[in-house]
Every structure is written in C-alpha cells, then in structure tokens.
Write a protein that binds this ligand. Structure first.
Ligand SMILES: [Zn+2]
Length: 90
C-alpha cells in the first residue's frame, strides 16, 4: 500500500488538527490543508471524537448566547460548563 503510506505521510498530526480546527470549521484553510485535514480525520478515531465533542461544545455555547437569561445558564450542568471553559483555554 504505497499510496496509503504516501497519503498518511502527507496528512496532519493530531496536534496540527487541533491547531487548524477553528480555521477548518470557519473554512479558512487552503484546499491542500483541508484535504490533509480530511485524510487525518478519516484515519484517526481520536480526532474524529475530538472534533465531534468540539462541535457539540460550540453548538451548546451558541445556544447559551442565544438565550442569555440567567435561568438558561443556571440549567447547564457543571461538567458541560467545565468543558466549555477548558476548550476556551486552549
Ligand atoms: Zn489525530
């Protein structure tokens, strides 16, 4: 599987995926980087999971900001708030 090896070599590292994730979601990556990004996600279950969780967090965050009354925020479980805070710190 020479081709696969070549593709794997061209793909990003998990660290780069983390770094590029924001740009990827906002479609600011170039075509080649986007391709490398997809290749890595396709082959790496860890990053697939990471991105899924990241997207969930963003969706949740948007929900909170769309309903900025204190009651809505008070209803968010602590562990989800912690997840949001830890994502922001990265
Ligand atoms: Zn990865």
């Amino acid at each position: 599987m020479k081709l696969l090896k070549k593709i794997m070599h061209a793909s990003l590292t998990c660290r780069q995926v983390e770094e590029f994730l924001m740009d990827y979601l906002e479609k600011r990556l170039g075509l080649w980087t986007t391709l490398q990004f997809h290749v890595h996600i396709f082959m790496c279950p860890n990053c697939t999971k990471y991105i899924q969780e990241y997207k969930n967090t963003i969706a949740l965050e948007k929900q909170i900001f769309q309903n900025p009354d204190e009651e809505a925020i008070g209803n968010v479980p602590d562990d989800i708030l912690q997840a949001i805070i830890s994502v922001k710190r990265q």
